[in-house]
Design a protein. Structure first.
Length: 405
């Protein structure tokens, strides 16, 4: 039996109104060093360069995913019957800890370091760390079970689906939370209706036919949020520049130009060193922005220029890709202006399909519970059928200093 808190902890939240915690284990994890680090990581990475109120953190998102998961366990008909007490606790922990290994500036950092936050999250959970100690003290089985849930290896796929699936707690929270903090209404959908119409069929999360319209809104919200927020060209410009800056730092280490001894937290990520849990703990956006402040006066002109550009929002401009001839001319302009295209040019391609039910992967499909039995969503919804049959949207932009465009 897992210990209850002396009294229920209630945290105010603009998306869910309240987040309820009555397990001491969850409360201890929330107050762990690793989870508290997420206060210093922006949920939307560089989107604050476009949407000035997008200042919310991975910490608040993690709490939101936990709360949706808690509600699903309590409110989705038949779910509790499928899960043992241990699995319910493991699922709540997985929801809270799913992003615990996230680094600064969202995926720009991952693109250069080639270290995915999912792997770092599992490392923090399963190897010596504060959260590992908390989990082991509560139940020695928990770290491995949580790791399996997050990596889709748990013997009951249902648990992984709840955290990361076609209708999951992660997406439902970040769409609503990101829409709220960017002030964009098209990211909203009726989460209450979805939760009321979710059911368990076999070992699969399905939706009652009466919930199809809410699911359609959820899919359209995802589509609009990607193109209006996540793939905003100015956000992509910032990510391109941060990626170039990371790449220059990495090249400086490899070429012996700089060792960044004053910033040991960055060295392991930009080299072949093993990344320790202590290193992860020291890497956040505060430490990296401090490094950028220092790099502004670095003797390497590329490092100093890129860091200054990012800090003061002197971002690269962009044009739509039209032809290879256009791209070659732009690269030539960059060289003539005295810039190295390796760091001052990027071709960025964005594609997104709001829903693609791959037949070979049933985990990607949303199933609707009809009077005639289970049916895949696109066979029930005219709107979703049109999306599935439609051409996948693609956007290719060329990025460079504005004077070179």
């Amino acid at each position: 039996m897992y210990h209850q808190t002396l009294e229920e902890k209630v945290l105010r939240d603009p998306i869910h109104e309240y987040i309820h915690v009555d397990l001491q284990l969850i409360w201890d994890l929330i107050n762990s060093r690793e989870v508290q680090r997420l206060r210093r990581i922006h949920q939307l990475g560089v989107s604050m360069m476009v949407y000035h109120t997008a200042e919310h953190s991975r910490f608040s998102h993690s709490l939101g995913v936990y709360e949706i998961t808690r509600r699903m366990i309590d409110e989705v008909s038949g779910l509790k019957d499928q899960l043992t007490d241990f699995e319910q606790v493991a699922l709540l922990c997985a929801a809270l800890l799913h992003d615990v290994g996230h680094g600064p500036f969202s995926h720009a950092f991952e693109n250069v370091s080639h270290v995915h936050h999912e792997l770092l999250s599992i490392q923090l959970i399963t190897q010596p760390s504060h959260i590992h100690s908390i989990l082991m003290e509560a139940d020695p089985r928990l770290p491995e079970a949580i790791a399996k849930i997050l990596s889709h290896r748990y013997e009951k796929p249902l648990l992984s689906q709840i955290i990361s699936g076609p209708i999951d707690a992660d997406r439902m929270d970040y769409l609503l939370r990101d829409a709220y903090f960017t002030g964009t209404s098209y990211g909203q959908f009726d989460i209450e209706r979805i939760l009321r119409t979710l059911r368990i069929e076999g070992e699969r999360l399905v939706v009652k036919e009466s919930g199809v319209h809410a699911i359609e809104d959820y899919i359209m919200a995802r589509y609009h949020m990607y193109w209006q927020v996540y793939y905003h060209p100015v956000s992509r410009s910032t990510e391109v520049m941060i990626s170039s800056l990371f790449q220059r730092m990495k090249d400086c280490i490899e070429q012996g130009i700089e060792t960044f001894d004053s910033a040991p937290f960055i060295q392991a990520f930009l080299s072949t060193q093993k990344i320790s849990n202590d290193t992860i703990m020291n890497l956040d956006e505060v430490s990296f922005l401090s490094l950028l402040m220092t790099l502004q006066t670095h003797h390497d002109k590329i490092l100093s220029d890129l860091s200054s550009r990012v800090l003061h929002r002197r971002l690269f401009g962009y044009v739509d890709f039209k032809s290879n001839k256009q791209k070659e001319k732009l690269i030539d302009n960059i060289k003539k202006a005295g810039y190295d295209p390796h760091y001052y040019f990027d071709e960025d391609k964005a594609t997104q399909a709001p829903y693609r039910p791959y037949k070979e992967d049933q985990q990607s499909q949303i199933w609707i519970l009809t009077q005639q039995g289970l049916k895949e969503l696109s066979t029930v919804s005219v709107i979703v059928a049109a999306i599935v049959k439609g051409k996948e949207k693609e956007d290719i932009k060329l990025y460079a200093p504005k004077e070179c465009l």
